[in-house]
Design a protein around this ligand. Structure first.
Ligand code: COA
Length: 259
């Protein structure tokens, strides 16, 4: 039997998605995309899971892009139909819990767009990033102009999109494309450590922070501040919010139950 192209595991409060197509550098074909969406839905529904980590199997790549051989076999009309369906990038971005991309090796095209859809990116020193679509005569179609410009600014997004140049991990860190740069081979462990530190907190509060910061990328400041107040009140009214404040006053560790 062939290996599954996605592995889904749970380690305590952490959900782990492993992209498991190393022989194709974890390139995203239709079945991988469907499986990631199913995995994300399963982790969203699992109350035990508070934070997720996504990473690539093998020693060469996080994801070397959308599967180019699939593109090659598609007409523009078929591609339009693909775009009309739910997309893996949006499923990841809308996942209600924090999700961290642990990146090594190639992180190209749709792979970079998948990383951009995550909340945080932890890269080791082997990581190489590119919006390589321009090399194929096409452009990024899953956030590689939009989410990228919001994360690193329009100048760097234009530089990456217009040249297709590969940038190394140091530079990706310097321009804000990754939030944490770690030694070779440590991306997964450090991402898990980071996820574990988040998972100590109220899952309600985690979800609300994510919702609020994501809204900051879309709303004018005044509206964003209004939303933030509403979300604060939601956290404040939750059992976990009461528990956290009470535990501080009573000088004990809070126990957050997610209610
Ligand atoms: N889509 C489909 N297959 C891909 C792929 C992609 N995006 N990226 C790599 N692969 C496949 C290769 O075709 C090869 O398959 P094969 O062994 O059946 O021939 C396998 O993965 C290993 O890749 P290979 O090219 O042999 O590795 P390399 O180390 O020589 O080169 C890259 C690595 C990343 C430079 C090269 O694979 C590449 O340029 N890939 C395409 C990157 C890209 O344009 N991505 C953006 C798409 S929008």
């Amino acid at each position: 039997m062939s290996e599954p192209s996605i592995l889904l595991e749970r380690d305590g409060p952490l959900g782990i998605i492993t992209l498991n197509r190393p022989e194709k550098l974890n390139a995203l074909n239709e079945s991988v995309r469907q499986e990631i969406m199913a995995a994300v839905d399963q982790l969203a529904d699992d109350p035990q899971v508070r934070v997720a980590v996504i990473h690539g199997a093998g020693d060469k790549a996080f994801v070397a892009g959308a599967d180019v051989s699939e593109f090659a076999a598609r007409t523009a009309e078929e591609q339009r139909e693909v775009y009309a369906r739910r997309r893996v990038y949006d499923a990841v971005a809308e996942f209600p819990k924090p999700i961290i991309a642990a990146i090594h090796g190639y992180c190209l095209g749709g792979g970079n767009e998948l990383a951009l859809a995550c909340d945080l990116r932890v890269a080791d020193r082997t990581a190489q990033f590119s919006q390589a679509e321009i090399r194929l005569g096409i452009i990024p179609g899953a956030g590689g102009t939009q989410r990228l410009a919001r994360l690193v600014g329009p100048g760097q997004a234009l530089r990456m999109g217009l040249t297709g140049d590969y940038i190394d991990a140091e530079e990706a860190y310097r321009i804000g494309l990754v939030e944490l740069l770690v030694d070779e081979g440590e991306h997964f462990d450090k991402a898990m450590e980071l996820a574990g530190r988040m998972a100590r907190w109220s899952p309600i509060a985690l979800g609300l922070v994510k919702k609020s910061v994501r809204a900051a990328m879309e709303l004018p400041l005044v509206e964003g501040l209004e939303l933030e107040k509403e979300l604060f009140l939601e956290a404040f009214a939750s059992d976990d919010g009461q528990e956290g404040v009470q535990a501080f006053v009573e000088k004990r560790r809070p126990v957050f139950k997610g209610s």
